[in-house]
Design a protein around this ligand. Structure first.
Ligand SMILES: Cc1cc2nc3c(=O)[nH]c(=O)nc-3n(C[C@H](O)[C@H](O)[C@H](O)COP(=O)(O)OP(=O)(O)OC[C@H]3O[C@@H](n4cnc5c(N)ncnc54)[C@H](O)[C@@H]3O)c2cc1C
Length: 395
């Protein structure tokens, strides 16, 4: 314990001494965090400086082994670092699918060569990754995917189409599911490969949403040559890897329902819009609804924390991640709907005068949260997984 206290003090001193002013800028939107990669337009010299300082110390991936450039911290130390950063109001130096999805998978399943090639670049924020799973006819029934990869010498030749590829137009590398054996049963004919998005034959077309934003793309793959050494694990092992990675993804998406929600607390918001700065909130029904939601959130946070500690101690994510994904995303939707309800008509602004910036952001967050119960596998699919793999119910 004394050692941990020393670590805490040293960590805090180091952060205070090294964090540039920019690192203290509050984050009101995850899109404004640094996602890194070759195309990342640094908005401020401090953003780049913060990334370099943290990456140098391995603290962009604190619990990854130092052999690959990670921080090499144990789970208690990682938790201390994250607590100190949060107490000081420091933003993460870099975020992305590299750190939350493909990196953890490579640590578990990647060859030494793949780990040495990719992990340091993820830690330094030099490569931004996208996920090539869904296809036009294969979303929930992902195992029916049709993108083909045919072995030709030292390469795979890949042909097919992916869809809903988040930020494919801004990413540098894709982790991708391909069918390598069309004659095998659908789950066993799939392999998991990695490729650079600048490889000839890869093209992306952003999908424009009604809001004007393009958070995802169609990705077309035409005779794309991918070196065979970019295969993760064995031929035909892709489905097992896809599920392992989905475990990391679901835990990440579930986390959006937890303590990291941004902006006002529900109580602060209710006080402001009900003009009740002190004492019990005058609306008893609202009081009750907020209390229920806060209790659910606290219980969920603690359960997630237990699971994260387990993972840091080496447990692989299991089917319980489906429960987290289902509950966390539904909880986030409940919270954001209540935020909008509390603000009444002020909660429905999309743009323009008459609304505060925070109000506009909450409306957008509320609409964005609808997608959380779809991406990474829909709520209905999570219920199926829980029924079969957690509760053991018959088909
Ligand atoms: C914001 C966002 C970001 C995304 N990012 C990515 C990405 O980066 N990469 C990527 O590969 N994909 C991404 N996706 C795609 C996502 O994984 C799919 O949308 C999702 O798996 C559902 O597939 P689908 O859209 O084809 O719907 P479908 O599979 O067609 O499902 C339609 C409806 O039928 C229901 N349904 C289907 N099968 C069953 C069943 N067996 N039992 C009960 N109900 C069922 C579903 O729950 C859903 O309500 C993203 C999606 C969103 C919304």
């Amino acid at each position: 314990m004394a050692n941990l206290e020393t670590f805490r003090r040293e960590t805090r001193d180091w952060l205070v001494a090294n964090a540039p002013t920019f690192a203290y800028t509050p984050v009101d939107n995850p899109d404004k965090l640094c996602w890194g990669g070759r195309k990342w337009p640094f908005k401020d010299p401090g953003e780049k400086q913060w990334l370099e300082i943290m990456a140098e110390r391995g603290w962009t991936a604190p619990s990854w082994p130092s052999a690959y450039g990670g921080g090499g911290l144990d789970k208690e130390e990682s938790r201390v670092l994250s607590r100190e950063m949060s107490d000081l109001g420091l933003r993460p130096a870099v975020v992305g699918f590299g750190l939350t999805m493909i990196g953890p998978l490579l640590l578990q399943e990647g060859s030494e060569e793949l780990k040495r090639e990719h992990l340091p670049r993820i830690i330094r924020g030099q490569v931004r990754w996208c996920q090539g799973y869904s296809e036009p006819g294969s979303g929930s029934d992902l195992a029916s995917l049709q993108t083909r990869a045919v072995v030709d010498g030292d390469d795979f030749v890949v042909n097919g189409q992916k869809v809903w590829t988040s930020y494919a137009d801004e990413c540098d590398w894709m982790f991708c599911l391909v069918r390598t054996d069309p004659s095998a049963p659908k789950h066993t004919g799939i392999s998991f490969i990695l490729f650079d998005m600048e490889t000839p034959g890869v093209s992306v077309r952003p999908i424009k949403l009604i809001s004007g934003a393009s958070p995802f793309c169609e990705t077309f793959l035409e005779d794309v040559r991918v070196p065979r050494r970019n295969l993760v694990s064995q031929l035909g092992d892709g489905w097992r890897l896809a599920k392992a990675l989905l475990g990391h993804e679901r835990t990440m998406i579930a986390g959006m329902g937890g303590d990291r929600s941004r902006g006002d607390s529900l109580v602060d918001r209710a006080r402001r819009y009900l003009d009740a700065p002190k004492g019990p909130l005058p609306d008893a029904v609202l009081r009750d609804t907020i209390a229920k939601l806060e209790i659910d959130r606290k219980a969920f946070d603690l359960t997630m924390q237990r699971s994260r500690d387990g993972m840091k101690a080496g447990h692989k994510p299991g089917p319980e991640t489906s429960f987290f994904k289902l509950y966390g995303t539904e909880l986030n939707q409940r919270r954001l709907s209540l935020m909008v309800q509390i603000a009444a008509q002020q909660g429905l602004g999309w743009e323009g005068a008459g609304f505060e910036a925070a109000e506009l952001q909450t409306t957008r967050d509320w609409l964005r949260s609808r997608g959380n119960t779809i991406e990474g596998g829909t709520s209905e699919v999570q219920l199926n997984v829980i029924a079969k793999r957690v509760l053991g119910l018959p088909d």
